[in-house]
Design a binder for this molecule. Structure first.
Ligand code: NAP
Ligand code: G4F
Length: 359
């Protein structure tokens, strides 16, 4: 049975496309859930059981399941647990799967290479094998990453030879090739979105952009007076996450599965990001930023700048928000959050000193 988009399952007489999102509690998962709900989808999310709440980014979407016309459902699951993933597939019968769950922090992947391979690499294999074994005719999106390009010179596109430089990048490459192999070997609809860095006010606070914008808000408010950073010469292609999840959806609407790069096409160094962020509030970053070598990576990806010509041509995707505007959006959001007393936001450890230096 192939319940592709537009021919989806029927519930209560109406036609509803049913999506399954792994990693729904993350930055991208939360924006994607909003997007799909706004398009009339029934959305099922996989969340990890945790001893603390991890649903903060999606709490606003929650609807009591006893209400009428509920279209948002959560299920416990973990990419380490193939049996559970397979039973969820058989229970939910999704038309589209967006596989976003991952140990997504590059620096952490050097500390936990085995765990990262298990979750980020093998997790994809478990899900694809579950789809194959249950015989589902669904469409599958794999969250591939520009980190797979590693040391390959920019601009990078779908034809660039991969040269990953971290356990995370290597794990993503395993997942990427596994998705392609299942497409070729079994005729399954699997598509890879090779996404360059994309950020937002919902970005985890140990990624460099959010770390900076949150620090700017706190320094401006007089709550902090220094910011410890690693390699600020690295160059990234930073876009705006809500636009990238729209790209994910477009990728799965193609008649034939394919792989696409999504990027803005412009590179900025971390140093330039710092300048833009501090300038936005009238401060000089050089008065606050200090160097801490514990934030360096054993091998660094020096520069990634994407070429998303194929996505523009074939799926009509083009980013509108570029890095300077992104910086303003994020700084303003962190200033607002601080003023509203929500500065402890999503990923801030209660006791930073207890945590390994990861971001
Ligand atoms: P994120 O904010 O770190 O979210 C990761 C999600 O994966 C969270 O929902 C997390 O759950 C979940 N997760 C982690 N380990 C899991 C496990 N063992 N089982 C089930 N779920 C697990 O990442 P993001 O920025 O939204 O990125 C989404 C995906 O795109 C990731 O695969 C990432 O590697 C990839 N990607 C991101 C970018 C980017 O710039 N953002 C670029 C390219 C690719 P908890 O909330 O419980 O931790
Ligand atoms: O924000 P980052 O940690 O992101 P990174 O390593 O590019 O990875 C992110 O983007 C990937 C897309 O290519 C995703 F696949 C991945 O899941 C993740 O979302 O670091 C960006 C750059 C690096 O070069 C890092 O060395 O910033 C540099 N940096 C300098 N000081 C720092 C810091 N990064 C962090 N996290 N913290 C610092 O203090």
């Amino acid at each position: 049975m192939d319940n592709g988009p537009g021919e989806a399952a029927s519930t209560g007489g109406s036609i509803v496309t049913r999506a399954l999102i792994t990693g729904i509690t993350g930055q991208d998962g939360s924006y994607l859930a909003e997007l799909l709900l706004s398009k009339g989808y029934e959305v099922h999310g996989v969340i990890r059981r945790a001893s603390t709440f991890n649903t903060r980014r999606i709490d606003h979407l929650y609807v009591d399941r006893h209400e009428r016309d509920v279209r948002f459902f959560m299920h416990y699951g973990d990419t380490a647990d193939g049996t559970r993933l397979t039973s969820l597939l058989a229970q939910i019968l999704p038309d589209e799967i967006y596989h976003l769950a991952s140990q997504s922090h590059v620096r952490v992947s050097f500390d936990e290479p085995e765990y990262t391979s298990e979750i980020t690499g093998l997790g994809t294999l478990r899900l694809l094998e579950g789809i194959r074994q249950t015989g589902l005719g669904c469409r599958f999106y794999q969250a591939s990453s520009s980190e797979m390009f590693g040391s390959a010179p920019p601009p990078q596109n779908e034809l660039t030879v991969f040269a990953p430089r971290s356990p995370y990048g290597i794990s993503k490459l395993f997942a990427h090739w596994t998705a392609r192999n299942y497409r070729e070997a079994y005729g399954m609809y699997t598509a890879n979105g090779i996404l360059f860095n994309h950020e937002s006010p919902r970005r985890g606070e140990t990624f460099v952009t959010r770390k900076i914008t949150r620090a700017v808000a706190r320094i401006r408010a007089g709550l902090d007076d220094e910011l410890w950073m690693g390699n600020i010469d690295a160059i990234r292609d930073w876009g705006y996450a809500p636009e990238y999840v729209e790209g994910m959806w477009r990728i799965l609407q193609c008649d034939e599965p394919a792989d696409y790069v999504l990027a803005t096409g412009a590179g900025y160094s971390v140093r330039e990001f710092l300048t833009l962020a501090f300038d936005h509030v009238g401060l000089d970053w050089q008065n606050y930023v200090r160097f801490d070598e514990s934030y360096l990576r054993p091998t660094e990806v020096d520069v990634v700048i994407g070429d998303s010509t194929k996505a523009s041509r074939e799926i009509g995707w083009a980013p509108k928000v570029h890095t300077p505007e992104l910086v303003r959006i994020m700084v303003d959001a962190d200033i607002r959050a601080l003023a509203e007393g929500a500065s402890a936001s999503i990923d801030r450890p209660a006791l930073p000193g207890w945590y390994p230096a990861t971001g």
